[in-house]
Design a protein around this ligand. Sequence first.
Ligand code: ADP
Length: 358
Amino acid sequence: MKPSSARALELHDVSHLYGEVRAVDRVSLHVDEGEVVCLLGPSGCGKSTILRLAAGLEQLQQGRVLMQDRAVADGAAHRSVPPERRGVGLVFQDFALFPHLSVARNVGFGLTEAAADTREKRIAEVLGQVDMTGFAGAFPHALSGGQQQRIALARALAPQPAILLLDEPFSGLDARLREQIRDDTLHVLKQSRTATLMVTHDPEEAMFMADRIYLMQAGRVVQSGSPDMLYHRPVTPFVARFFSNTNEFGGTVRAGGVATPLGFLPAPGLAEGTRVQILIRPESLQVVAPGESGQAPQSALVEEVRFLGGSKLLVVRVPAGDGGSISLRVRHAGRHLPEPGSRILLQLEEADALIFPE
Ligand code: ADP
């Protein structure tokens, strides 16, 4: 039995080139036992390549890959354990079930070394885990997309892999089903305490699933940490923008802060005269009633109102320092809906302003 803090997977300083294209650039990351970790980033930033290198589906060129503290690939030594001997479970976007095999035989596919009765028992157990008991004799074509996804997960979990690698596992499902299936999947992963590395380009999905996120940009990890940390303490404008729309304006630090169309914002730690970029999320702006706010709120002219279900998006205009004005987006959760052409009062929670030196 491994200690609970053991590393299920570790990548050390891994780089990968496809010809001239540097797909992965000195990436280090780890997944601890029982952890669900997401590799997040825009299309083409190198996520799938990292997953393939971890699985051994791609030859490692530089760096090291360790599983349960044992080196399985070393770029410098040209040494590599083949994929089938790494103890990884894989689930891809298209599920890749064997169409000519029953559900039970799909799920039992990686259990060839087990005795027949152990194998049957384990198949029944994982089918139960993914809530598909009773489907053992069915064939993949007779299953819905969501059911196929569950079977793909069961097949990957059956041999009790040291690490589960998921590549965009929900993107083949329609939006409503996707939420349900990812909720169910997270339950299964947490209950079985399976260490998981999941690739996704969807920030909401990553925040929902992950204990920790590695956010990538152009082959590199730009920030890693808890979803809360990345959302509230982004280290660059790219990170902030990746998680939501932002209102953006520039400014210069004077007297310990920046004058903005939304009032004076403190900028601790930034030297006088520093040019800064200020990013403010639409939900960081509150619509307040006259007299409701302790501070002086900013008057804004409502230009557009758009419904987003539970909340509304307001496009408003506020005066800017140069005598002109700027447009801002405000997410409004209130029941009362302002009319286009009317005036509202806006309040910014200072701590929510994201300020970056240029
Ligand atoms: P992601 O999973 O984040 O979309 P990938 O790891 O698939 O990114 O790709 C990273 C970069 O490597 C992209 O520029 C992509 O075009 C390139 N790439 C991926 N696979 C190959 C390949 N087999 N041959 C050549 N270039 C590739």
